[in-house]
Design a protein around this ligand. Structure first.
Ligand code: GDP
Length: 695
């Protein structure tokens, strides 16, 4: 029988002699060295073993890696980076920058990289739309989705992230098309000078309202212009034959909210600082917001009539906070006023005009209008009304428009004196009637050519909004962060830190930094003194941080924002509790506590038997709300008689996700025996919080 030496067999199998020797040993075939000989039979056995091993490995590999290949790729994406990308994309959609970029890139395509492919996408377009946009058969796109572990159908809508990844897979760069891009006309219009838009900011009680009042009075007295009959969120004054628009925003939140929506409406910030009180936390906050938005600041040192006033001290404090006034060698104009006594008011207005001159503010006048919602409310007589600051073009009565997810036709336009007007140009604030619903502050208002188009765009936006809400379920919580740390998806525990005093903030910050370990670091994104406010929550949302309050809690607006944006706020009274919790999260030992939270209460008023469905309880919502899927506890005379779950929820004949207090609804329960008219049903939602929350 022919025999071969080990090293020859190894070579024929593509193995090293040593590897083959090891394998032979494992198989119980005894050979001494690579020069030993191997029988034909043994060679066959080895070949068989190797081929079996290969098959096994291949099978195992396919099982483990073929699908998640892409998942793994997805995993590597930093969720914070994704969020930021989404934010910037959304901002781009809002800012209409895309078109310009598009033009630039298309040019680049021709000049530099002729092979570069660009696909225009809109948020939540369908798989079929995407395929069409890339001029590819839909089956290719669906197949690629399946390869990536995504089960999709032809008409399934994909979010911006998935659309981007998919386009990338096919070698396309994406261009996100916003609604504005879809309706933008390329007509170039001459730009003309427009009035400046000014926001007054500063610490509470430093005199913002009084300053605005004296400015209004000055105008009223000097120009005999008539009283402002209706306080609008924005209004204009005439001064030295020039117009100035003031935004009357309550606090800094409106400013932040608008910025968060990508709306930059303010040209100049007047920073009011009381001469007797000096720079305070909200002064710093105002400065941070203005600087972050690159808006020039005019400093107004107010209350100079008070005996304790010290203008120089304020200027020094401001310099420390990065606002250097002119006589300290800086750029910021500084005026001294007594808003109460009407001293220096004209100087403030002069300073605004000087700054406006410097900024050379212009806008196109002769085109369809574009603006921003400053405020919206439901008026008893007028219905949905909204104050719009027109930024470009001319808004006319009768114009169809789209604003956020709403649309309409301008039914009436009112100026700040409640006079009916027929049109309004750039930098003018007007009250607009004719909205289909209430828009939110900061939303872009766009006049369009026809109402049908407005309706189409609005419904597209509503859809996007709905999809976004569905997606926005992912929360930034300590428990989630723990999971991400465990999965190796993040190596940072990001925090927004607020405390009752600068001392505690510093102490906690220092201690938290000591917590940093080799593979997980604590990063305090922002720290400050005072309650957790909306800005903190927004900052937490964009940076993927949680808010930690030490001896301070959130204010009501912050609580709403946290709920809306899915940001966790944790409050502590003891340093070691805070440190323990965060340390536990970092090492993965935080245990969730499941809590039932009462969300609403209903009274059973009717009981219907519906064939094939069962019992439906006609209820009146007395308090809070009922949510589909909520835990339901039926109470009679203060005692719980049934624990169940809401399995169907209807308003009239329509399925509803939730029904609020004051409404009637039909409720179906999982366990519903023995319910009677007059019983009360309490509804609970489950909330998972991390253990040790010092709330
Ligand atoms: P805001 O919270 O910044 O809007 O402050 P306000 O305008 O409501 O003013 C707070 C308090 O300071 C009020 O009692 C005003 O009358 C007072 N105040 C405002 N400006 C001046 C000023 O120039 N001098 C003095 N003495 N008091 C002022």
């Amino acid at each position: 029988m022919p025999k071969k030496k080990v090293h020859k067999v190894a070579k024929s199998l593509g193995l090293s002699s040593a590897a083959l020797l090891k394998l032979l040993k494992e198989m119980g075939i005894m050979v001494k060295s690579h020069m030993s000989v191997l029988s034909d039979e043994d060679e066959k056995k080895v070949k068989h073993k190797i081929s079996e091993d290969k098959k096994r490995v291949k099978k195992e590999f396919t099982r483990r890696y073929s699908r998640p290949k892409v998942k793994e790729k997805k995993k590597k994406i930093d969720p914070v980076a994704i969020k930021e990308k989404i934010k910037s994309t959304l901002a781009k959609m809002e800012k209409k920058e895309t078109r310009k970029h598009y033009k630039r890139e298309v040019r680049a395509k021709v000049e530099v990289k002729p092979t570069e492919k660009i696909v225009e996408i809109t948020d939540f377009m369908t798989v079929a739309d995407l395929a069409q946009a890339m001029k590819l058969p839909t089956t290719d796109v669906i197949k690629k989705c399946l390869d990536m572990g995504l089960m999709v159908s032809l008409n399934q809508r994909l979010d911006l992230d998935t659309l981007t990844v998919m386009s990338d897979e096919f070698g396309y760069d994406v261009k996100v098309m916003s609604v504005e891009d879809q309706i933008a006309t390329d007509v170039e219009v001459d730009r003309l000078e427009r009035p400046p838009v000014v926001t007054i900011m500063g610490h509470v009680d430093h005199g913002k309202t009084t300053l605005l009042d004296s400015i209004t009075k000055l105008r009223t007295v000097e120009e005999e212009y008539g009283r402002i009959t209706q306080r609008m969120a924005a209004y204009q004054i005439e001064y030295h034959n020039r117009t100035i628009t003031f935004l009357d925003t309550p606090g800094h939140e409106a400013f932040t909210a608008m910025r968060a929506r990508g709306a930059q409406v303010t040209d100049i910030v007047i920073l009011v600082v009381a001469a007797d009180d000096g720079v305070m936390p909200q002064t710093i906050e105002a400065i941070d917001h203005a600087l972050a938005a690159s808006v020039p600041i005019i400093v107004c040192i107010n209350k100079i009539d008070l005996p304790g006033s010290n203008v120089n001290r304020v200027k020094t404090q401001l310099a420390k906070a990065n606002v250097v006034v002119e006589d300290f060698g800086g750029k910021s104009i500084c005026v001294e006023t007594s808003a109460l006594k009407g001293i220096g008011i004209a100087d403030v207005l002069d300073a605004v005009l000087v700054k406006a001159e410097e900024l050379k503010l212009t806008a196109p006048f002769d085109k369809t209008a574009k603006g921003v919602v400053i405020e919206a409310r439901l008026d008893r007589g007028k219905g949905n009304v909204s104050t719009i600051l027109v930024q470009e073009g001319n808004l006319k009565k009768g114009d169809p428009f789209v604003c956020g997810a709403h649309f309409g036709r301008v039914r009436e336009l009112f100026d700040q004196q409640s006079n009916r007007i027929t049109e309004a140009g750039p930098s003018t604030a007007v009250l607009v009637l004719g909205f289909s619903g209430l828009p939110q502050a900061g939303e872009v208002f766009l006049a369009v050519d026809n109402e049908r188009r407005a309706r189409e765009i609005a419904s597209q936006r509503q859809l996007i909004e709905r999809m976004r809400k569905l997606k926005a379920k992912s929360k930034v919580t300590l428990l989630d962060l723990q999971e991400k740390i465990k999965a190796g998806e993040t190596k940072e525990l990001r925090l927004i830190l607020k405390a009752d005093s600068a001392g505690s903030t510093e102490a906690l910050d220092e201690k938290l930094n000591e917590l940093s370990m080799e593979d997980v670091a604590v990063r305090v994104v922002h720290k400050g003194v005072g309650k957790i406010n909306v800005s903190d929550v927004l900052l937490a949302e964009v940076t993927g941080a949680i808010c930690v309050g030490f001896h301070v809690g959130p204010d009501t607006n912050a609580l709403d924002a946290a709920e809306r944006e899915g940001v966790e706020i944790r409050t502590y009274r003891l340093i070691y509790e805070a440190l323990d919790d965060l340390r536990s999260a970092m090492v993965g030992l935080l245990e969730p506590i499941i809590t039932e939270i009462l969300v609403g209460e209903a009274e059973v008023r009717e009981i219907f038997t519906i064939p094939k469905v069962g019992l439906i309880f006609g209820c009146y919502m007395k308090d809070g709300k009922v949510l589909y899927g909520a835990i339901a506890r039926v109470m009679r005379e203060g005692k719980e008689i049934i624990a169940s779950k809401v399995t169907s929820l209807k308003r009239f004949k329509e399925d509803a996700k939730e029904v609020l207090a004051g409404y009637e609804c039909g409720i179906g329960l999982e366990q519903d025996g023995d319910l009677q008219k007059g019983d009360t049903i309490q509804f609970y939602k489950i909330e998972e919080t991390a253990a040790g929350d010092g709330k």
